[in-house]
Design a protein around this ligand. Sequence first.
Ligand SMILES: [Fe+2]
Ligand SMILES: [Fe+2]
Length: 234
Amino acid sequence: MSTSGREASRAPGARLDLRSASEDERWELLRSRAEALAGGEALDVEDRQDPRPLLGRIESAHPGTFEAVFRASGPGRYRLEVRRRPPDAAHLVSDTFGREHRRLVGLMEDVEHLARGGAFELAAACYKEFRCGLARHMLVEEQVLLPEFETLPGGSHDPCAATKQDHIVLRRAFDAMAETLRRHELEHFLSAMRAFVEVWGEHNLREERVLFPAIDEARDERARAELLGRAMCF
Ligand SMILES: [Fe+2]
Ligand SMILES: [Fe+2]
């Protein structure tokens, strides 16, 4: 298990439970608690409703200041980590999405570790968080990053087509891994996971070497901040 992955996926933060708050209270509570965060600090938020409209409001109020990671995404239960960016950190797609790759790899390693130890219920819960994170990650790449890449001068359609094709393959593998965990079938789970990771590892490398740097190089700091803000709220 990678220490960096585990740290990235398990970093502790302050908590905010919005499940019994009114509509007005939800925004005021999130705004005040997020504004009180120091650079690099995070808030673990739990809600019954989809919190993306709140993320949109906080991005409008403080453009480029926060980033968010979804740990559970409904229906009826949402968990997200809202982090204030360090004040001097540049807005780079490579940093934000590369960090998300490492967080997700860490979660998958946790799933494997738990399954190998026979803790299938915990492994399934961890896998659920992994799947939520990767499903959203791929959706944001398809709806926000790839359209941006295709508008770049010289931006080829080829890496986008390959990325979308990989996403189809990865999504197809989700159910098989969930089912083997549910049935406590370790060898079948490991086999499905190895096939998944083989595609996923190459996929992440291509994104980190081609897609993300191309956008970072072509866009200035302001445009990258706006792009990452849209990605957070998507
Ligand atoms: Fe991807
Ligand atoms: Fe990715």
